[in-house]
Design a binder for this molecule. Structure first.
Ligand SMILES: Cc1cc2nc3c(=O)[nH]c(=O)nc-3n(C[C@H](O)[C@H](O)[C@H](O)COP(=O)(O)O)c2cc1C
Length: 150
């Protein structure tokens, strides 16, 4: 069984709620998954997993949160070829660059050779009832896609 990891940053809990739901989805596909906050791990933790999902809220003017900056920079040292990945995050459409941190992480993963197996998931603030199902399905679909090929 492939090893799954979710790494996220969340200040007010919205992205954390998404992470929890995505984890539920991965587990519902029969997979085991570890969950870490970005500030608690070094980027090279990714090398120990077959598949990972990164999640971040957006800060400043379309920027990554501070808690992801070291992780993001240290990803430059990693060869992620052969790894399966996806990205999610909460944002606020009141800002010009809606959930742009999600795109920054997705671009970095691609640059380092990871394969993004599904489109990134961006959610407005905290997940609505409908969004909760979307988050669970995001995790379930990801796990299903990885399990079928690894
Ligand atoms: C100072 C500040 C800057 C922000 N900048 C953006 C932004 O550029 N784009 C965006 O989509 N959301 C932006 N947000 C909104 C947060 O990303 C949003 O509230 C998100 O739901 C927070 O997620 P969290 O609960 O996981 O911390 C900003 C919020 C603050 C307080």
């Amino acid at each position: 069984m492939p090893k799954f990891l979710v790494v996220f940053a969340s200040l007010t809990g919205n992205t954390e709620e998404m992470a929890d739901l995505i984890v539920e989805g991965i587990q519902s596909a029969g997979a085991e998954v570890d969950v870490k906050q970005s500030m608690d791990v070094d980027a090279d933790v990714l090398l120990a997993y077959d598949a990972f999902i990164l999640g971040a809220y957006t800060w400043g003017d379309g920027e990554l949160p501070d808690e992801f900056l070291d992780f993001y920079e240290d990803m430059d040292e990693l060869d992620l070829a052969g790894k399966k990945a996806a990205v999610f995050g909460s944002g606020d459409t009141a800002y010009d660059q809606f959930a742009a941190a999600v795109d920054l992480l997705a671009d970095k993963l691609k640059e380092r050779g990871a394969e993004l197996v599904q489109e990134s998931l961006k959610i407005e603030l905290n997940p609505s009832t409908e969004d909760k199902d979307v988050c669970r399905n995001f995790g379930k679909h990801f796990a299903g896609a990885v399990i079928s090929v690894v």
